[in-house]
Design a protein around this ligand. Structure first.
Ligand SMILES: [Zn+2]
Length: 89
C-alpha cells in the first residue's frame, strides 16, 4: 500500500529561483547616445571594473563607427537617466 512520489517534480520549482539573475544582468545595457546607433554594452553589474570595460569598449566603438581619432582625449559622459554614453567633444 505504499506509493512513491516522483522526485523529479521538484525540478521546475528549483529552476524558477534562477530566473531573477538572468533579468538583472539583461536590464543593465548601456547604449550609445547617438541616435539610430545600435551599440550597447551589457553590464554584469555597476562595479568599477565593469564601468571601465564599458568605457573602453565605447571608445573603441567611437573610433570604429563614429570616426573618433585614437589619440583623441574626449571625455565620455554617462547619462544615468537614460543609460547612454556620449562623447563630449
Ligand atoms: Zn554609436
Amino acid at each position: 500500500m505504499s506509493r512513491r512520489f516522483p522526485s523529479s517534480q521538484a525540478g521546475p520549482l528549483l529552476l524558477m529561483g534562477y530566473d531573477r539573475e538572468g533579468q538583472t544582468s539583461s536590464s543593465f545595457v548601456i547604449r550609445c547616445g547617438t541616435p539610430d546607433c545600435e551599440w550597447g554594452f551589457p553590464m554584469p553589474d555597476l562595479g568599477e571594473i565593469a564601468v571601465e570595460a564599458c568605457y573602453s569598449s565605447f571608445r573603441n566603438h567611437c573610433v570604429e563607427v563614429h570616426g573618433l581619432k585614437e589619440d583623441d582625449d574626449s571625455q565620455i559622459f554617462l547619462d544615468l537617466g537614460k543609460w547612454t554614453l556620449t562623447l563630449l567633444t
